[in-house]
Ligand binder design. Structure first.
Ligand SMILES: NC(=O)c1ccc[n+]([C@@H]2O[C@H](COP(=O)([O-])OP(=O)(O)OC[C@H]3O[C@@H](n4cnc5c(N)ncnc54)[C@H](OP(=O)(O)O)[C@@H]3O)[C@@H](O)[C@H]2O)c1
Length: 185
């Protein structure tokens, strides 16, 4: 099966998600338990731990974070930036900076902090704004073998124009419904 090349650090802005086959990056109420049990190619997580210099997320995702959990199971230790219109009532945490600014300025700050590595955007909302500004370098997705049916979509833009992406060829995937439950609750 075709696969992406290993990710490289290069001061890029990545819109990076594990996504359900039906296009959701979180379940209802920001649920993330559906990711339990999904396996990735060997070394993939380490690849992103190594190449990520900073993370940019939004306030809703941050408020939904359980027990101060950090990206990549806490192995990654870099700076996190959270965009919010009201930083004054955010729960502070070590290594997390709350920003109330435009998305382009947030990217500028994030890239500076990433110091030559990549800035990962962990937010559909902010990613959409950055896409409109031409500030996303790569949309980097891991398609999980699961259908969620509802939740937070990678991309929602009712009435908007289709966004063409390179490469322009379609990616073919083929799945069968699992006969037994393979994803633990
Ligand atoms: N599947 C994966 O790999 C993966 C990885 C990471 C995260 N996630 C999930 O992704 C979801 C993110 O959810 P989301 O995109 O709906 O929400 P979000 O981006 O986390 O939060 C949206 C909020 O961010 C603030 N915001 C956005 N743009 C802003 C701007 N330009 N200026 C100031 N504030 C701004 C606003 O909050 P206020 O107006 O309230 O301040 C807005 O309501 C979470 O559920 C998270 O768990 C999934």
């Amino acid at each position: 099966m075709n696969d992406t090349q290993p990710q490289t650090a290069g001061g890029k802005v990545l819109w990076h998600f594990t996504m359900s086959l039906d296009g959701f990056v979180a379940g209802p109420n920001h649920a993330m338990d559906w990711m339990t049990g999904i396996s990735f190619r060997p070394g993939l997580v380490e690849e992103y731990v190594e190449t990520t210099g900073a993370v940019l997320g939004g306030r809703d995702g941050w408020d939904a974070v359980v027990d101060d959990s950090r990206p990549y199971g806490g192995v990654w230790k870099g700076p996190i930036f959270v965009l919010t219109h009201h930083p004054e009532d955010a729960t502070p945490a070590e290594g997390v900076t709350f920003l109330n600014c435009g998305p382009a300025e947030a990217v500028r700050i994030g890239l500076e902090a990433a110091d030559g590595k990549n800035l990962e955007v962990f937010s559909p909302t902010i990613g959409r704004q950055l896409l409109e500004l031409g500030l996303i370098d790569e949309i980097d997705l891991h398609i999980a073998p699961i259908l969620l049916g509802e939740g937070i979509r990678l991309y929602d833009s009712p009435g908007g124009e289709p966004i063409r992406l390179d490469p322009t060829s379609a990616v073919n995937v083929r799945y069968r419904p699992a006969k037994t439950e393979t994803i633990p609750n």
